[in-house]
Design a protein around this ligand. Sequence first.
Ligand SMILES: *Cc1c(COP(=O)(O)O)cnc(C)c1O
Length: 466
Amino acid sequence: MPAITNHLPTSELQALDAAHHMHPFTAGGELAAKGARIITRAKGVYLHDSEGHEILDAMAGLWCVNIGYGRSELADVAARQMKELPYYNTFFQTTHVPAIALAQKISELAPGDLNHVFFAGSGSEANDTNIRMVRTYWAIKGKPAKTIIISRKNAYHGSSVGSGSLGGMTPMHEQGGLPIPDIHHINQPNWWSEGGDMSPEAFGLARARELEDTILAHGEDRIAAFIAEPIQGAGGVIIPPSTYWPEIQRICDKYEILLIADEVICGFGRTGNWFGSETLGITPHIMTIAKGLSSGYQPIGGSIVCDEVAQVIGSGEFNHGYTYSGHPVASAVALENIRILEEENVLDHVRKVAMPALHEMWHGLADHPLVGETTITGMMGSLALTPHKDSRARFAMDAGTAGFMCRERCFANNLVMRHVYDRMVISPPLVISTDEIALLGQRARTALDECYAQLKDGDMLKPAAQ
Ligand SMILES: *Cc1c(COP(=O)(O)O)cnc(C)c1O
């Protein structure tokens, strides 16, 4: 079968895109003036665009293509499933083999008594499920006042009204009337930016204790749950100090509240274990999954639920669900993705080969004059750009200006790194080889050099007043 090739010149495709396609998280007018980059195909860790560039994708798409691009096994499974049963719902006392098999497999992989899966089409939908599930759980248990969900500033939990409310992104809350009622946000454990003179350990404890303060301020009888990413992803790969999660766990155990780990990025191998909760030592009641669950080959997400919560929710009718909950094609593709992760020992490759090489390369960038800290856990890392390393200073200019410039220099050097304000972020496919990691490092350093030169020429290396 011929590849689906680019049949129009790039400029015409860009004009059509600008005329008809509204992009997520994008200033449409600005992009229309510039023209979007057109990605035509991908293989392994490389993207190809309509201009013939081969680009190393150090973001695995949007943190999701864990097994890399171009695995035809997933395409074959999807085609077979579409021919056999392209769709059926699971609402009205029916089920099907792909949903059964995937739920069983996820339960086997998930730690402890996380043995039940409620499927969704995405991470956002799964977190919407979680909001309704934890509040319904407490209502059934005779505690309907337990409705408050505590989350964190600069968290990302999705973009629907519910999940966007759980998230702590100010620019999102400014649009469309978010957050919904009874969501509270505590500060994030971002030591580099917010730790001041405290040691990381003391800072981690202090930030965790904000959870306890918030529970006590509202009363335990009002709090339903705490939700957090084991490691914040979209917030800039913020790896919490070692003291943070043990203290959060202690607080969740002490008070009667549910703990939701949003594993949408951390799950399925990203941190070197199947789930970030294992790496960070967290015992949640519910896990949110999506992204790496199917390596992005099909849109699918879900909530993995512990025995007790599933049993309570199952005692009545849970008035909730999505047309595509447990979609057979998406489920079959996710199962095939997990089969590849298991049979090709991808987690072994991560732990023994990719992680050591990636960590060494990443920390090697710390000597660059523009780089403040380099931080990495498993296969997700970030570095802070700074005009002054010793004081951990921010730039005097608008946050994100330097980060955006660096990202543009990455693109110019055929590398995809994302910027979150002035942090540069990587989350490459888990199957990346040591040669590809070395190339990633070379291109990142070149991009940093070019960005540094630009900032210097433009007299933009001034630190903000502290
Ligand atoms: C991406 C993401 C989501 C949202 O998933 P979508 O599939 O985009 O709806 C939720 N939580 C985390 C931690 C994410 O990174």
